[in-house]
Design a protein around this ligand. Sequence first.
Ligand SMILES: Nc1ncnc2c1ncn2[C@@H]1O[C@H](COP(=O)(O)OP(=O)(O)OP(=O)(O)O)[C@@H](O)[C@H]1O
Length: 301
Amino acid sequence: MNQYIIETNKLSKKFGNFIAVDNINLKVPKGEIYGFLGPNGAGKSTTIRMLLGLVRPTNGNVTIFGKPMKECRLEILKKVGSMVEYPSYYGHLTAYENLDLARRILEVDQKEIDRVLEIVKLTDVKNKAVKKFSLGMKQRLGIAQALLGNPELLILDEPTNGLDPSGIHEIRDLICSLPKTQGITVFVSSHILNEIELIANHVGIMKKGKLIFQGTIDELKGKSRTEIRMDVRPAEAALKQLTTKGYTVYQKNGLLNIQDKGINPAHINRELVLNGYDVYQISSQHDTIEDIFLHLTDEKE
Ligand SMILES: Nc1ncnc2c1ncn2[C@@H]1O[C@H](COP(=O)(O)OP(=O)(O)OP(=O)(O)O)[C@@H](O)[C@H]1O
């Protein structure tokens, strides 16, 4: 079988003349947590709706479990669990009763209810009315519902939206456990990199409908730039010296700055000192992964 659980080929969606999703080629490896990132309006939800067959692509196609969505929709969706909006429940019914309704519609065995409640750690409160649940508990119940029938793939659209830090923590731990304990591949969207960085091994980053990055978290970190700041005198002459050596240098507030990938402050320091410049101060700073994300998704760029 194909090594990718989800693959899209030039997947696109237009609403009138507006291109919400523009030619994206997603590759989601089996057994991994794939973080689907991007600012609000970048096209994440529209993509997810196409993955679930809820929205028809304008162009391109979706392959899940190696099968084409267009022809094998029902067969595929039997093995996919999803939570794409705030889940809605009957507040006066218990967690168990709500899941019982859902599992009847899905035609899965009643035993599934206790299994999924255990995974999301809601067994102790299964007989409590859902109206008494916190938002975090409701989200966990939504994930429990998505797990009914033991899917191979779970698709979650912003599952931590609106949660407090402890609720976020609970959902994060739960998502992290799923590939290991249940062998499930998880595709999860978020507009917050920090959340995804802690759980995902692979990420796709959307900006204005385009997939501008796809790869591992380590590959994303590899895009980090180093910024070197120096107090060198005389500054003008030092700037010329470094420029002739091929560095792109600019002057700001009397200091010289170089911003690039893979530059070494020790090499620059040596170059300056050996050529008779006085280096009063030199510092280097790496982009954090958050800086890289903001830089990639910056609307101005
Ligand atoms: N049915 C629709 N008709 C017209 N435009 C739409 C429709 N659905 C989405 N859009 C537009 O497509 C763009 C992408 O929306 P989408 O919801 O996919 O983004 P998103 O990345 O999920 O952001 P958010 O997190 O805010 O939902 C937005 O500009 C949105 O206004």
